[in-house]
Design a protein around this ligand. Structure first.
Ligand code: DOR
Length: 316
């Protein structure tokens, strides 16, 4: 079976499985469990201009259907990232999709320009532009909820990077009409879309009678949000089929634990799939899902992965 995925501009990945941003910082943690170069691409934790410690603790809460986090974009800052993390990923042969974030469009541009200047930039197969973090005093969601603000960030980032490096706008599910944000991003120069970031949620500690998370609200991930991801991917793919959004690849993310879960996002329209929260129970989840998905496609008689992308929409 041919599992290859064309991200555009000649960036062809050997398979469609990726890590989801934030669930493994720079890859070294997961590399203890499997070879991260086996994945189609490795997506890093969103990196901003300066080092950040993030929000106060506790920053994680488990619920029966998923996990909430209010990390608040903790990270080393772009200088340390290009100095240490990116060269390490390059040294183990990973194809890297760095995730970048900013609290203003100029910060996004600065992070993208610094990345571009990195000596390990040849390992970068694309850049994910995180305009949808729910945990930075609402700044992140301000971008992803506003087509104009999203478009401005995307256009500025696009200018900083070479034309053959595709950029993916990561969208929030917390919007009334995700297709209008998707359209604004693609028209501003996004070469693809990643759907979805976490869903804004909250947990209350009923012993303390207080919000559990230090950040009060947090982002919900895991099985609970898979149907939300499927819906968002389906709607955007449909809008592309109807000519309301130029056709670009979609990277699906949200509650994937098995090969069959991955296939659901692919059938809705995703050309690649990220695995995040599932790695907390099983650090090998991204490669396990790759093998399960491969077996499932072979069993169903597919010869090429690309034939199943969007298959649930029926023939045009
Ligand atoms: O749920 C999330 N948490 N999404 C993001 O985009 C960032 C992350 C964080 O650091 O808070």
């Amino acid at each position: 079976i041919d599992l290859s995925v064309d991200l555009g501009f000649g960036k062809v990945l050997p398979n469609p499985l990726m890590t989801a941003s934030g669930c493994a910082a720079n890859g070294a943690e997961l590399h203890r469990f499997f070879d991260v170069s086996e994945l189609g691409a490795f997506v890093t934790k969103s990196v901003m201009a300066d080092p950040r410690s993030g929000r106060g603790t506790p920053r994680m809460a488990e619920t029966p259907s998923g996990m909430l986090n209010s990390i608040g974009l903790q990270g080393p800052g772009i200088a340390a990232f290009v100095d240490t993390d990116l060269p390490w990923l390059a040294s183990v042969g990973a194809r890297v999709l760095p995730s970048i974030a900013g609290s203003s469009s100029t910060e996004f541009a600065h992070v993208a320009a610094t990345l571009r200047a990195s000596r390990a930039f040849e390992a970068v197969v694309g850049v994910e532009v995180n305009i949808s973090c729910p945990n930075v005093a609402n700044r992140g969601l301000v971008f992803a909820c506003d087509p104009g603000a999203s478009a401005k960030v995307i256009a500025l980032v696009r200018e900083q990077l070479p034309r053959d490096v595709p950029i993916f706008a990561k969208l929030s599910p917390d919007v009334t009409d995700i297709t209008s944000i998707a359209a604004a991003c693609v028209k501003a120069g996004a070469d693809g879309l990643t759907m979805i970031n976490t869903l804004l949620g909250m947990v209350i500690d009923t012993d303390l009678m207080r919000p559990h998370l230090g950040g009060i609200t947090g982002g919900l991930s895991g099985p609970a949000i898979r149907p939300v991801a499927v819906r968002a991917i389906w709607q955007v793919r449909q809008a592309m089929a109807e000519g309301r959004i130029p056709v670009v690849p979609i990277i699906g993310v949200g509650g994937v634990r098995t090969g069959r879960d991955a296939l659901e996002l692919v059938a809705a329209g995703a050309s690649a799939v990220q695995v995040g929260t599932a790695t907390f129970n099983d650090p090998t989840a991204p490669v396990r899902v790759l093998h399960e998905l491969t077996d499932l496609l072979v069993e169903k008689g597919y010869r090429r992965f690309s034939d199943v992308v969007g298959a649930a929409h029926g023939s045009p």
